[in-house]
Design a protein. Structure first.
Length: 365
């Protein structure tokens, strides 16, 4: 399974799939359909984000009782002109999207083929690969599709703990993107600066207020980080408008409310508009998955540990309907969203073993 996954990973990384690019998404989906087992029924389902290529749902029907969902995404944050095809450097497989998350997609497809050979283990199994995970600002369209299913495995990047034990993600923070726009008044910055109202200065003040809302050691572990500030078009004009973007993370999405309340509607004659343009729920499936991880570790013959991660994932959406959701099944690697992105070839094998042990524990339990 791992050897095939490496070849399929190379093919998937060979296709540039920046989020929102329909042609790239269609080419990657075509590859995934070709990699599905003959028993799977591919279906194109509407993407959550309008204008994106339809997502891919591959379904398997069996004679058992349980239902299992596998989850991944094909889009990346890498623009076409920065895309890098896969190259090998020892154990490292370097290329755009390797760790986030085409390595995980390759493993999910491999698990699907393994499941196709054992239809007596399940009533239904499905692999969902979406095309808009990286930049989605609308509600996830597929949560209700899996309500009542027995388990969901998401193949975002894997990890090991400080003792070298395989770790699985069962807790994630809620994630929000706060967008703030400022509208001031232009004026010549040399001859009449007093007549202007600076959107830049107003947004700088707001950025400080947002940052001061952070409470990483508090009950919700809230972090509020200004990340983008654009204002000004000429060196000699008081900036009349600007835009500030802030990244919010917390255990509970309700913790974002005080951050929004810290943003005023007006500062020194500058009007301010704010909106939470992206809001993903948190995930905490520790109690629901504890027995599963223990049983899978027994089958695997080595420890599996529960872990958490601050980054967002579609697993957080599905976990609202499927309490037994486990994330981080993909191969280990690093450099996500950078030109140095990579996965470990050895981790394709070790994480395949982890995934199959979890599947066995879910379907035979």
């Amino acid at each position: 399974m791992a050897l095939v996954a490496e070849r399929e990973l190379e093919a998937l990384v060979g296709v540039s799939t920046p989020s929102g690019d329909v042609a790239g998404a269609e080419e990657a989906v075509a590859l995934c359909i070709a990699f599905l087992p003959p028993e799977a029924q591919p279906e194109r389902v509407e993407c959550s984000t309008p204008g994106h290529a339809p997502d891919l749902l591959g379904r398997l029907s069996g004679t058992g009782e349980r239902r299992l969902a596998l989850l991944g995404h094909l889009d990346t944050v890498v623009a076409h002109d920065a895309h890098r095809r896969l190259i090998r450097d020892g154990d490292r497989l370097l290329g755009s999207g390797t760790v986030d998350m085409k390595g995980g997609v390759a493993l999910a497809l491999g698990v699907t083929r393994e499941l196709a050979a054992r239809p007596e283990l399940y009533a239904e199994a499905a692999v969902l690969l979406v095309n808009d995970e990286e930049w989605r600002t609308v509600p996830f369209a597929h949560t209700e599709r899996f309500r009542g299913w027995d388990a969901c495995l998401c193949f975002e990047a894997g990890e090991i703990d400080a003792q070298g034990r395989d770790a699985l993600i069962v807790r994630r923070k809620a994630a929000g993107t706060l967008e703030i726009k400022a509208h001031g008044r232009p004026a010549h910055s040399g001859s009449a600066p007093h007549k202007g109202r600076s959107a830049l200065l107003a947004l700088a003040d707001v950025a400080r207020r947002v940052a001061d809302s952070s409470d990483p050691t508090g009950p919700d572990r809230l972090t509020a980080v200004p990340t983008i500030l654009h204002s000004g078009e000429a060196f000699n004009v008081v900036p009349p408008r600007g835009r500030l973007v802030c990244d919010l993370r917390a255990d509970d999405i309700a913790a974002f409310r005080p951050v929004l309340q810290a943003v005023p509607e007006e500062l020194d004659g500058v009007s301010i508009e704010s909106a939470l343009v992206r809001a993903w729920p948190g995930m905490d499936t520790r109690s629901a998955t504890a027995a599963l991880l223990e049983e899978a570790a027994d089958r695997l013959g080595r420890p599996l540990v529960a872990s958490e991660r601050g980054g967002a994932s579609d697993a957080s959406h599905v976990a609202q309907a499927v309490p037994v959701t486990v994330d981080g099944l993909g191969p280990r690697g690093g450099g996500a969203h950078t030109p140095q992105e990579w996965v470990s070839a050895e981790a394709l094998r070790s994480r395949a073993e982890v995934a199959l042990a979890l599947v066995a524990a879910i379907l035979r339990g």
